[in-house]
Design a protein around this ligand. Sequence first.
Ligand SMILES: [Fe+2]
Length: 386
Amino acid sequence: MMVGPLSHLRFPMKPIQLFDPASSTYTYVLFDQLSRDALLIDPVDEQIDRDLATLREYGLKLVWTVETHAHADHITSAGRLAELAGAKTAAPLGCGIGTAGVQLQDGDTLKFGGEVLKALHTPGHTAGSMSFLWRNHVFTGDTLLINGCGRTDFQSGSAEALYRSLTQVLFALPDDTIVWPGHDYQGRSCSSIGREKTTNVRVAGKTEAEFVALMNSLNLPRPRRIDEAVPANLTSGLRHDADGALQMQPLPPSGAHQGTYAGDVSPELAWRWIQSGEAVMVDVRTDAEREWVGFVPGAVPVAWKQWPGMALNPAFDQQVREAAGGKKLVLLCRSGVRSVAAAKRATELGLEAYNILEGFEGDPDADAHRGRKGGWRFRELPWRQN
Ligand SMILES: [Fe+2]
């Protein structure tokens, strides 16, 4: 369903609602009528041409893409929209979408022109799920659907949490707030908080215990694309290798390095392992580099070589053993050279050590500038400067 370019004259301040038939997903375009700055909620990979055409048709400049959660049924185009349209990416902090430039917390706002979108943490479908409030519209993702709600039986879902999000967060909004769901499988486009509060078959008039019992008895089939979609969505839908397959598996070291350490991992895979607690990041750059260039929060600094003279760090063996604490190691340096040497040494010490491809700053480009061609920072993974 699409509203024509001049329709705002008749229907002021309404989102543009776009539909992906393959996954029954709604994508929303919100924009400021004066500045033409726009924000996209839950864009779908296969529909990127449609979305770019919509932006052109309305004369909009995309400033934000926002996810309601890490979807299991489709892949987001957020990463590609960031590259093609220059948008910034935002996602709920609790969803593990490490590539999103802004990690949203409850109550955070995103501005587009003179308009403001407010994040409401509404866990339940997934632990990180959010709804977004704009004027008298609420975009509920898979938290609240029309006469339904999202499932709670996978991806850190919780029926108890969903009951509280529905009854205490969403139903606390004014009754005339318009509800725009993340999906509809029956061609319905929107609803209202008042209507859902009184007629939603899953939750209206139910106690928490009744709701939880109902949700736990649904026995829904596993989403067809979950194994492909969730990992891709944790990197904003970006795939980095040449043939477009996800580089979310470690690669064995090649050539002369064969068998000398556990493998090479993409920055995104390293970040996923760190977030899930599987791996510890060790930053093998010098103290000066971390200080001047920036560092990854939570990484353990164990220099491979140190100034002055870039002499080998005599305490490396002991420090890297302590850092690992029984976990896998992912080693980060400037561009991936010292981290290979350090990974080899850690392997000799009996540790499971991986090299992070591209390093913190990536490879130099044609002008010998770093930071524009790959690397942890370029890929917008979390980092800080002192
Ligand atoms: Fe979902």
